[in-house]
Design a protein around this ligand. Structure first.
Ligand code: GDD
Ligand code: MG
Length: 372
């Protein structure tokens, strides 16, 4: 990475705040027992991919801004040495929103007032060049530099128009009438002192308050746009797609463990058993201890540890929680099955269905008969 003109007194220090306090509501029931950023994704906790990319981009220290199920993060990620980083944890007693969380996490930063600090949403898979974003930020001495991407449907995101010089002219969070397809990709570089100006101790949103206020005040807010791989994994469909894309090699992650055959059609983790007459394709992950029986077909799906798939079952585009049992011949297409559930033979579940943890979906009681 090139020289950063306003790097901190410690030239080796580059800090990032990682926002991981959301409840992951759209991913329920998977997020009932585990926060979204820790869900197993291509064989490792989701955050491992972000941490590995941050480390390879020059980040040396990460402050995790936690709220929902905070204790699970330290248990899973430790001091960060496994990722070549130092991780420290800051907790919000009540969730403070994105802006409040960033301000709260500033207590854990060591960077000087004019140093760049990276801020990352904790649910993004991105192949963009963070070092280039940092360089742009420092070269133009910006207050904030936002990574921007173009998406077909900008309505569920922060819509971010820019002028011809790349300066952000407005920030319109989840607007029903987006003025551009260019959206906030959830990776920012802040000048550290700009973080310190966010009001402390109350709920605040960077998207709805901080960015619009900075733009109104004439601060230099820049857009860094590139069109590399980008995905917010906040919905079940996107979560499955992200995991499959990693397995298929559409986005390289330094966090991928050395599993033979990666990238490839499937990632079968240690201790899983796949019958020789079963088919597992489309970037499917088969978790530790999972069993796939004779004649089953599993495509583009994520099977957590201990899942059992019965004979001739058909599974596609689905997430199946830990230890769930899918009996013979069941058809699942675009569904989420909670931990420990049992789906009995004869059931067929289609797009959008979600089964809560521990639910037993019994044998179908209706019997069709050709007798009259
Ligand atoms: N610590 C903490 N406290 N973190 C939070 C809180 C909070 O109160 N609220 C949300 N977060 C974290 C979430 O865990 C997530 O990592 C990140 O902030 C963004 O929250 P999401 O709930 O995923 O927001 P979104 O996807 O609807 O919208 C955001 O991301 C889009 C890109 O994916 C916005 O930043 C949009 O402008 C953006 O386009
Ligand atoms: Mg999100």
């Amino acid at each position: 990475m090139s020289m950063r003109p306003n790097a901190s007194a410690d030239p080796e220090l580059l800090e990032a705040i990682l926002l991981v306090g959301g409840q992951g509501t759209r991913l329920r029931p998977l997020t009932i027992g585990m926060p979204k950023p820790l869900l197993p994704t291509a064989g490792v906790p989701f955050l491992a991919h972000q941490l590995a990319r941050a480390a390879t981009s020059g980040v040396t220290r990460v402050v995790l801004a936690t709220a929902y199920r905070a204790e699970m993060f330290a248990e899973c990620l430790g001091d960060g040495s496994a990722f070549g980083l130092e991780i420290s944890y800051v907790h919000e007693e009540v969730p403070l929103g994105t802006g409040g969380a960033i301000r709260n996490a500033a207590a854990g930063l060591r960077s000087k007032p004019d140093s760049p600090v990276v801020v990352l949403n904790g649910d993004i898979l991105s192949g963009h060049d963070l070092a280039a974003q940092l360089d742009l930020h420092c070269k133009d001495d910006a207050a904030v530099t936002l990574h921007l991407v173009e998406v077909p449907d900008p309505a569920p995101f922060g819509c971010v128009p820019t002028d011809s010089a790349g300066r952000v002219t407005a920030f319109l969070e989840k607007t029903p009438n987006p003025v551009t397809n260019r959206i906030n990709a959830g990776c920012y570089v802040f000048r550290r002192e700009v973080i310190d100006e966010i009001p402390a101790g109350r709920v605040a949103s960077v998207e709805r308050e901080t960015f619009p206020a900075l733009i109104d005040a004439g601060a230099v807010v820049l857009g860094y746009q590139d069109n590399s791989y980008w995905l917010d994994v906040g919905t079940p469909e996107a979560f499955v797609r992200g995991s499959c894309d990693l397995v298929l090699g559409r986005l390289r992650s330094a966090a991928l463990p050395a599993v033979p055959g990666v990238p490839g059609e499937a990632m079968v983790l240690d201790g899983a058993t796949v019958d020789a007459r079963a088919t597992v394709v489309g970037g499917t992950v088969v978790g530790t201890g999972a069993v796939i029986a004779d004649g089953a077909r599993v495509a583009g799906s994520v099977l957590f540890d201990g899942v059992r798939i019965g004979v001739n079952a058909r599974i596609s585009d689905s997430v199946i929680g830990r230890d769930a049992v899918i009996e013979a011949g069941v058809v699942l297409d675009g569904v989420v099955i909670g931990e420990g559930s049992r789906i009995a033979a004869g059931n067929e579940l289609r797009a959008g269905m979600r089964v809560w943890p521990g639910v037993e979906l019994g044998p179908t009681s209706i019997r069709f008969s050709t007798d009259t």
